[in-house]
Structures are given as structure tokens and as C-alpha cells.
Ligand binder design. Sequence first.
Ligand code: GLV
Ligand code: MN
Length: 222
Amino acid sequence: MVTPSASPFRLLSCLVVLLLLPLLSFAADPDPLQDFCVADVSAPPLLNGFPCKPASNVTSGDFFFDGLMKEGNTANTFGVNVTAADVGSFPGLNTLGISMNRVDFARGGINPPHSHPRATETGVVMKGKLLVGFVTSGNVFYSKVLTAGQMFVIPRGLVHFQKNVGEGKALALTAFNSHLPGVEVLPLTLFASTPPIPNDVLTQAFQVEEDVVNSIRSKFAS
Ligand code: GLV
Ligand code: MN
């Protein structure tokens, strides 16, 4: 039973929760509450990040990362290689709300349609010529061919791609407003999940016969 004194308090609490809900669902990574929190990646992740390793064990090396120096191996189905500098590979990023990728393209290579559920992406073409495009939630396609020095932005969560349309290799550096943006690569998400999405879901969704689905699956079988 609601007591007369508890009722206004409850109403106020509900109001506060309702007002905060949109903030929680639209927020990017939460702001840090300390200078840094170098991830202890050997520990299980907490609710929203890794625990900090003790400050006494933090060294200069925790704040520098040379993993993006080397060209990635693009000898694969898509002719692309994404090297991630996120909290998994660069623990100093933990809780700081940023990360980067190095994306190498073979001639004709494609970074296939994908999305980052937790981040907006920006990028700069360092070498070559890339067709960069994304599709909005209203199904509008925006794209442009970019050359070295030109930038792009992909609003959070939207499906996007880059395709090398130049004569040689290409390279882009991308950055995210999350220490772990996550990625869903649509061809793999839909046709190579574990366990697989049932064939009749895909035939119905794409309005094709089962052999088409099986043929696409066979390209991504590991
Ligand atoms: C490019 O789209 C990337 O995710 O690095
Ligand atoms: Mn991306």
C-alpha cells in the first residue's frame, strides 16, 4: 500500500528516471571519472569497460601503440585488412571513448557493408582513391569518391562501406568515439553466423531461392 508520504517521492523518482532514460540510450561511451584507467585485459570486463590496472603498474608504454605502423595482409575474399587500435589491442584507451583503425585495401578491394553499433566513425584517406558510402535509416544513400587527405564521417550505427576505385593500393585511417565500437559485417552477420540464421528466413527476407542462399553461404564457409 502507498503511504501518503511515499507517494510524491515515488512520483518524483519515476519522473527523474523517465527524464534520464533518453540520455542513457543516446550516450556514447560514458565520460571518465579519472585521468586514465589502463585496462587490465586479463580481468573479465565490468559492466562498461575493463577494470583499471593499479596505477603503480602503469608505464609510459601503456599510452603508446605501434600496431598501426604495418600494412595489413589483404590477401582475402574482400581484399581488405582492418587493423584495430581499440581497447582490446591498446589497453590505454580504456574508458577514454576513442579508438582507431588502419584499413588497407588491395587494388579493387572492398571494406564490405558494415556498421558500428556503439560509435560514429570518421576517417581520412591516406593513399589511393576510395568510394565511401553509407545508407541512412530512411534508406538514402550518400557517397563520394575521396583521394588522399580527404575525410568522411559515418553517423553512428549506419551501414557503410569503402571500395578501392583507384589504380593501386589504398589506405585509410579511421577513428571512433568509443574505445570499443564493435562491428557487424553484413555478409558475415547474415550468412556466416553461429549458429546459422535458418535458410527460410534468408530466402524470405531476400526473396530468393534456397540455392542462392547456399551459394552465398559457401563463399564465407570457414
Ligand atoms: C571503416 O569503415 C572502419 O570501420 O574502419
Ligand atoms: Mn566502419
